[in-house]
Write a protein that binds this ligand. Structure first.
Ligand code: AMP
Ligand code: MG
Length: 405
């Protein structure tokens, strides 16, 4: 029975497991998802320190306008001494610890140094230009909650908190199996009736792009025996993706052989175009995505179903690329009954997205996919969408929103 697009995706996301936790060196943690709350072990800053290059003073001493006597110098990384005595000032560098008795720092720009003394040129407020112990972080604070995606700011915080190893969700190891007697491997000479197995490569690239590790299982011939052997191998990974052999042809063995291997099908056939014959199944908790073989269908169904699933498995909360509203530049026609994904070129004009067709929309046309930087999502029941209609758009290339300079 055909399932609706949104229901298919929900069913997948409800059924995929979250992968376990591993500890990785901080350098390898960016892009990964934090698996536990991180609690601050100490204060940041660890002690009061100067926010400016200047003079450590006592604010009250500066009111009279009399010059202060310079009694010492504290570099960054130095010790907080000497103490600031009444009528005195200590030269201090940014980040250097604040000495006892000091309650303000006067930046060089507001001071006039001459020999052993310094004159303060501007009014001084208590506590100015001092970074106080713990003003950023105190011990026990949850500084980064679990499920946060680690980016440079988190790396900075984790480093500051001494986190040599970081608990993150495992990367998914994803088996990729292409099926079909017409396939030859990359590197083999092209021959009539043969097609280079490009899907294994586009899927591997897509798996990597979302943070997973592809495991290449190559090609299964169109026999139940070869399918059985290679599908069984794929089930030992965290997830298995197959391409082709999932339609109703008499040599489409993927679903039958999966069933023989005890894999339970949750759906087959989704009300979408392209990608209608997609199937989703589970072996215990291991998800199996059977995608149609047409390269464009394979990539679009990966994008809509597999990518969100892998991201969820790797601990991400936000897993579906955002929809923006875009205006169609040309009329679009479709048959009602299926959500259609059309490959578009998106431009931003005065802050609005304008989508025009990226080329021939037949699913066999790979060039249109190469040329596309977005997918326009035409609703299931729509049939004619005149130019100017607003539609949902998924941006496939981040650089769409980047400026050419
Ligand atoms: P199927 O889903 O088996 O009916 O395949 C649909 C179309 O996709 C056929 O034209 C296949 O030759 C093509 N195809 C299947 N598998 C691959 C693959 N691994 N790489 C590139 N094209 C493929
Ligand atoms: Mg086939």
């Amino acid at each position: 029975m055909t399932i609706r697009f949104e229901d298919a995706r929900s069913l997948i996301l409800e059924n995929v497991p979250t992968l376990g936790v591993e500890r990785v060196p901080l350098l390898d943690a960016s892009g990964r998802v934090l698996a536990e709350d991180v609690i601050a072990p100490w204060h940041m800053p660890l002690s009061d320190n100067s926010a400016m290059d200047g003079f450590a003073v006592r604010a009250a001493d500066c009111e009279s306008g009399e010059p202060l006597v310079i009694t010492g110098y504290i570099p960054a990384g130095g010790r907080p001494e000497p103490a600031v005595v009444s009528g005195g000032a200590v030269k201090i560098m940014t980040g250097a610890p604040i000495p006892p008795q000091c309650d303000a720092v006067v930046p060089f720009e507001e001071a006039e140094e001459s020999g052993e003394t310094v004159r303060i040129l501007a009014p001084v407020t208590l506590r100015q230009h001092i970074r106080f112990r713990g003003e950023d972080v105190s011990p026990g604070d949850v500084i980064i909650p679990a499920a946060t995606v680690i980016r440079p700011p988190e790396v900075s915080m984790l480093a500051s908190m001494g986190m040599v190893m970081v608990p993150v969700h495992r990367r998914a190891r994803v088996a990729i199996l292409s099926t079909g007697d017409e396939l030859i491997e990359l590197g083999q000479a092209p021959a009539e009736g043969k097609i280079i197995n490009s899907n294994s490569f586009s899927l591997a690239a897509a798996v990597r792009e979302c943070g997973g590790e592809p495991v290449m299982l190559g090609i299964a011939l169109d026999t139940p025996e070869d399918h059985r052997k290679k599908l069984a191998e794929g089930l030992s990974c965290d997830a298995l993706i197959t391409s082709a052999g999932v339609s109703a042809g008499d040599r489409d063995f993927v679903r039958d052989v999966l069933a023989d291997l005890g894999v339970k099908q949750l759906f087959w056939k989704v009300a979408i175009k392209p990608g209608g014959p997609t199937a989703f199944a589970l072996k215990d908790r291991t998800p199996v995505f059977s995608l149609p073989g047409n390269p464009v269908s394979t990539m679009i169904t990966f994008e809509e179903f597999v990518r969100p699933a892998l991201l969820r498995m790797m601990g991400h909360r936000r897993v579906v690329r955002p929809f923006v509203k875009a205006t169609l530049k040309e009329d679009a026609r479709k048959k009602p009954g299926k959500v259609n994904f059309i490959r578009v070129r998106v431009e931003i004009k005065e802050g609005r997205y304008i989508a025009s067709t990226a080329g021939d929309q037949h699913t066999g046309i790979l060039r249109t996919m190469v040329n596309a930087n977005g997918l326009a999502v035409l609703p299931q029941e729509a049939s004619f969408l005149p130019a100017g209609t607003e539609v949902d758009l998924q941006i496939l290339r981040e650089e769409v929103a980047m400026l050419e300079k």
